[in-house]
Every structure is written in C-alpha cells, then in structure tokens.
Design a protein around this ligand. Sequence first.
Ligand code: C2E
Ligand code: CA
Ligand code: CA
Ligand code: CA
Length: 274
Amino acid sequence: AKSDGRGTYRFFEPEMDRRLQARRRIELDLRGALERGELELHYQPFVDVSARTVTGVEALLRWTHKERGPVSPAEFIPVAEESGLIRPLGLWVLREACRQAAAWPQWLDVSVNLSPVQFRTDSLVGDVRSILAETGLDPRRLQLEVTESLLLQDTQSVLVKLQAFRDLGIRISMDDFGTGYSSLGYISKFPFDKIKIDQSFVRDIEKPDSLAIIRAVIGLSRALGIAVIAEGVETEAQRDALRTEGCHEMQGYFFAKPQPAPELAGSVLRIARG
Ligand code: C2E
Ligand code: CA
Ligand code: CA
Ligand code: CA
C-alpha cells in the first residue's frame, strides 16, 4: 500500500488484511466441509406457467458451518473458484444431483451450475460421463448452467466441451444472461439450448430499460430457436408481465424457494393446483 502522506494506508491495510483472512478462513473450513457432512443440495423448481407444471429443478449448493451456521454461496463459491476447490466440490454437486434425480419421476429434469474454472480441466467431459453412468441418470434429464464469463475463455476448448455435452444428450443453459460482456451476436456461436434472463432485469421489469432488455432477450431466443426462462420472479405482477412478453418458463420465490429434495413433491403438487 502507498501512503498519500496523510496515513491513509493505515486505514486500508488492516481492512485488506481482515478480508484476506476471512477468505483464508473460508477456504480452510470449506476443505473439510465435505467430510464433515456440512454440504447439502437444495432444489428450486422451474415452472411452466401456462401448463402449470414443474419442468425441472435447479440444484443450489448449501453450506451450514458447524459453528458459524449457513454461509452464502455468494461468499464461498468465489473462494472455491480462486482456490481450485470448486473442481472437487463441483463434481460432488453433480454426483449428488444426478444420484437424487435418478430416483425422481422421469419428467423432472435437474439443472446443475458449472463454474468456468471447471471448464479449465481436461477431464471435465469424462467426469460428467462417468457420473451419469455411475448414477444411471438419463443424460436428457440433465441441464448444465454456465455463465457469460465462460465465453471469455479459450473459445475453441470451451466449444469442444459444450458440443461433447450436447452429443451426450445434455442440455446447456446460459445463466444470468445480460449481466456479462458477451454481445447478443456472440452467443449464437455457442450451442445453447436455453437462456436464463437474469433476476436483476426481472426485479426492475417496471423500468423501461429492463423491459427493453427482457424483450430483446426473448426476441433473441426466438430468433435462435432456443428456450427462455426468467429467474428471480417474486411477485404476481412480474409473472404477469413476463407472460405478456411471451416468456412462459419461470423460477423464483413467487413459486417456490430452493428446498431439500424431500420437500419438493409438495411444491410440485401445489404449483400444479395453482
Ligand atoms: P444463480 O445460479 O444465478 O442462482 C440463483 C440464485 O438466486 C440462488 O441464490 C437462488 O436461491 C436465488 N433466488 C431464487 N429465486 C429468487 C427470487 O425470487 N429472488 C431472489 N432475490 N433470489 C432468488 P444462491 O443459492 O444463494 O446462489 C447464488 C449463486 O451461487 C448462484 O447464482 C450460483 O452462481 C452460485 N452457486 C450456487 N450453487 C452452486 C453450485 O453448485 N455450483 C456453482 N458453480 N455455483 C453455485
Ligand atoms: Ca444458475
Ligand atoms: Ca442465474
Ligand atoms: Ca446469479
């Protein structure tokens, strides 16, 4: 740190230090979290609002620290990515999600988030194939969610892996769309099956700018012939506005929160009843 002559660094340094230490603490604790059984998956339904059916669920990682209680993925996923821990952790999530989904009705898909860091492993496609074989899940019931930052990586190697997944029958979703750096045109170079409209646009759907982006994304998905889903739907008004725009698949607290697998059946029934 540099001093501006008025001792500013004295204020900054301990602050930086605390943040670094907090990250290191998370990293250390996360290393043991799997063995201590502190990790669990929750699942949040995707709802087809026209048919009133649940089409699938997204697996979301939950960590309950023995002493500190629940730790948010927003806090520990970045640490896991920086430390490389996301590789074993991501495979655990995938195996657990596939294992549980294999026991569910055939029509219920499962969607798993993949970190861009996981794509920097040569064995990724082989690992996914092994997990499918091991758990017996039909690959057509598996969706993988990737974010735009993935597209900034080595394009050729990313394309090869995405294509290999699709050749296995797995579908690929572009998550948090609109928040990254990729242009609307760039996305057509990649083999996506679905676009997820980011929750920030849904939250602000009353604002003209957000609505314009939502319209553009829905238009893009139509032009490319791929599915579109809106996430973070919290109110009836948001649901209705999205439906008016022609988006019929949604996810959000308005329908159901992420929850442990045993509680899913209740939500699915409740949504079907309307
Ligand atoms: P994401 O993939 O965009 O997941 C959606 C997040 O929005 C989840 O937060 C979910 O609980 C939350 N959410 C769902 N419905 C609503 C709603 O109506 N309103 C609001 N405000 N939020 C809603 P969560 O579970 O805390 O996860 C945060 C992020 O952490 C995820 O964002 C994802 O990027 C990452 N993450 C979670 N689990 C995994 C995982 O297994 N692997 C990887 N690589 N990343 C994960
Ligand atoms: Ca996601
Ligand atoms: Ca998302
Ligand atoms: Ca997100």
